[in-house]
Structures are given as C-alpha cells and as structure tokens.
Design a protein around this ligand. Structure first.
Ligand code: ZN
Length: 340
C-alpha cells in the first residue's frame, strides 16, 4: 500500500509499504480517505529540534476514513462506517483518559504524524475507542477537519475560554484553518467577532464567514483598532495561536479580567510578559492543546447541522508538499485537504 513518509527534514517520499495485519482485539482497520493539513505538519516537515521521533515517519495528523475491518470485541463499529480518528495514542486507563480528558493523558504514546506514524497511508489500525463515527450527511473531506481544526477550536472556545453568547472576541488569523473555524463557532454562539488578516484580499472572505470587523495587521496596529472598536474597553476573549511579538499586543486588546486562550506560536514561541500588567489587569491566560473525544463528536454534530469547514485547496497524496507550501506561504484561506 502507499504511504507518504518523511525521510529527512523537508524531504517526503511516497513509499510502497506492507499493509497492516488484520486488526487485533478492540482494534479497527480504517481505509484512509482524506487527510487535513495543519501547522503541526509544517513544524514536523521543517524538523523541530525538540521533536523526538524516528524517521522514516508516516505524516498526517488529522484524517477521516472508512472502516475496512473490525477486530474481536468491537461491537459499536462495523465495516463500511465512516469515522475520524483521535490523533494521539492515549492510554484510555489513566485518570485523565477516564475523565474524557485524553489530551491530558499521562501515558500518551505520541501525536500521530508528528512523533509516531500518522495517517497519510492507505490503511491504519487504531484502537476502537479512539474512533468517532461521522454522522450522515457529513462528507469525509469535511469530517477530516474535525479532530484537529474543529476539535481544537471547540476545546479552546468552550472548555477553556468559556465563551458566552453576546461576548466580543478577537480571532487572530481569520484566514487560517482554526481561525476560520473560530469565527464560525463564535458567530454561531451570537458573539461579536473581530478578526485579523494579513492580506486585504482575505477581508471579504472573513466577512462572509461572519466576522463583524476585519483588521489587516500588516497595515494597522490591531491592538489600537480593537480598542477603538470596543470603545476602549477591550474584548472579552482573544483567540491566540500566533505568538511572537503579537502576544503582548493581544493582552492589550483584553478588557480587565479578560481571557486569552492560546494553542500556537507560529510567529515565535518566546515572549516577555509584563507581570504588573498581567495581575493588575487580572488577565487570564489559558493554554490549550488538542481536544477531547467529546470535542470531536460535538464538532461533527455541528458539521451535520450545517457548519462546514472552509476548504482552501485539495491535493492528491503525491502532492502533499504542495499543500504544505500553500500553508507556509500564508496565502491559504481555510483548510488544505489531501485526498486518496
Ligand atoms: Zn491516558
């Protein structure tokens, strides 16, 4: 079967590898149909210094597929069912997993496609408990965006930032995979959404998604515009995943006691924070990583109810690198999908 493997930094190969054995007890074999690309893939492709991994590594951290075989003891899933996969090998028995907090698993075996082999292959065996069925009416292509893009945003906005109807939120990088989802979810809740973009061509698209105000961060200081738009009060929540120099500017966008939720650092992982400002303004900085299985189920329910992901580009498996380049160029608006 075909598998797309990272063999060195910035070097992928489409290899012919042995198919997995029949699924064991409590396992399911999935025929992968669509993989969605994330910044995580870009980090892995570039070679992050602190990533412990062995090459070659099958890439792909977020995917959807169809069940091809089920192992002994699996009763709630059957051949032909469409499913998405949780993207990390969690243990299922530690206190965090038992509470449904798989993203806090004490014995996590690694993130698929990043630390351990991922989903960019024709077939994969997975523990049945890490699969989530795709509801009727949701395409495999859209569903492939549930485990990371939608799930991460669900976890950030609702479990961590506890976003409420009527609140005002600043969503960074509204054209990114998670930014575009955050705009949709916040609008669906009845929030006022301010978003940043880096290219005027994206402004109209962000408005179509529901953004009430769009700021081009390359031509205007977003913190100044945000304070103006909120009559100097600031926003209730900042949805952050950029980091770098913009992080402190993001804190300045918050109202007193406001919440900043972050899951990324695409512009740089290190910042200096003014602690006086932090405690006097009583900001809440909420760190978020990944999501729970429930977040994925809720995401798929939202898709079934009509909240589709924005798809920027679809590429075949052999052109995975083209998809990564699209993400890296920041020309992207929405998600890049790899089809099989
Ligand atoms: Zn666990």
């Amino acid at each position: 079967m075909r598998a797309l493997r990272l063999i060195a930094d910035r070097k992928l190969e489409l290899a012919d590898v042995a198919a997995p054995p029949p699924p064991g007890a409590d396992e399911v074999q999935v025929a992968i149909k669509a993989v969605a690309i994330n910044h995580l893939d870009l980090w892995g492709y570039r070679g992050m210094a602190f990533t412990k991994r062995q090459l070659p590594l099958v890439v792909g951290a977020e995917a959807a597929g169809e069940i091809a075989a089920v192992g002994a003891g699996v009763s709630d899933l059957k051949v032909g069912d469409n499913v998405v996969m949780y993207g990390a090998k969690t243990c299922g028995v530690c206190p965090a997993c038992r509470e449904g907090r798989d993203n806090l698993c004490e014995n996590v075996g690694g993130i698929m496609g990043f630390h351990i082999d991922g989903f960019a292959r024709e077939r994969v065996n997975m523990p049945a408990r890490l699969l989530v069925p795709i509801p009727d009416g949701v395409s495999l292509r859209d569903a492939a965006c549930a485990p990371i893009a939608f799930g991460t945003v669900e976890h950030m906005l609702f479990d961590n930032a506890k976003l409420k109807p009527g609140e005002t939120i600043l969503v960074h990088a509204g054209g990114s995979g998670i930014g575009s989802v955050a705009i949709k979810m916040a609008k669906a809740l009845g929030c006022t959404v301010i978003t940043t973009i880096g290219d005027d061509a994206k402004a109209e698209k962000a408005k179509v998604l529901g953004a009430d105000h769009v700021i081009n961060y390359r031509t205007e200081r977003f913190e100044g515009v945000t304070r103006k738009l909120t009559a100097k009060k600031g926003v209730d929540v900042v949805f952050e995943h950029v980091g770098g120099e913009g992080f402190n500017a993001s804190l300045l966008c918050l109202k007193r006691g406001g919440r900043l939720v972050t899951c990324g650092s695409t512009a740089g992982p290190t910042v200096t924070i003014n602690l006086m400002q932090l405690f006097q303004q009583q900001y809440k900085i909420l760190a978020s990583f990944g999501c729970t299985l429930r977040n994925i189920r809720d995401s798929l329910s939202k898709m079934a109810a009509g909240m589709a992901p924005i798809i920027d580009t679809e590429v075949p498996l052999a052109e995975f690198e083209k998809g990564l380049a699209r993400l890296e160029s920041r020309q992207v608006f929405g998600k890049v999908i790899v089809t099989f």
